[in-house]
Design a protein around this ligand. Sequence first.
Ligand code: SF4
Length: 205
Amino acid sequence: METASIFGISRHRMRTDGDGVTTLVTFTGCPLRCKYCLNPQCFKPEDSFPCYTPSELYDIVKKDNLYFLATGGGITFGGGEPALRGAFIREFRQLCGREWHLCMETSLNVPGDFLPPLVKDLDFFIVDIKDMDPEIYRAYTGKDNAKVLENLRMIATAGRADDCTIRIPLIPGYNTDEDRDRSIAALKELGFSKFDKFTYRYGKR
Ligand code: SF4
């Protein structure tokens, strides 16, 4: 049976990470090593946190069913990297049905075969792109962004670009406003149109 280590279940969030009232569920594990990591807990050993099956998680979060239905809200999966938990999310979708809005906050830096099932199961994606420039991306995350570009193309080809908000951070010491403008231009070329520009304000790890 599918299980996942979850380090947070945060209820009653209003329009912070999805439409309506949402519950944010955060998984451990992430392939990146961002210099200003927002969620360093995700790197602790899996057994530091409770492990749930999709059914156990559903039993916890369904207490907000009426809020979700009344506001068009639901569950936002975050982390860590929730795109690594496709099988878990698939089982969860079967339990909650199509009425809940399921969203994911992701870097998209996962193997391409992880994405197609998620594109079917999720209603919306919030993609933290870091920067589209491969050198800036590598300097900031320690990883290559080839998989990110491949997965962005896959989402656009599937006709789901309008179901994505792309977060474009200004990363002090790593990119500039001009770099962000270049990222936005490249993303528009791919067919994306919803952008959230913001500035990281965290200390280096
Ligand atoms: S993608 Fe998110 S969780 Fe992973 S290292 Fe970067 S900030 Fe941390």
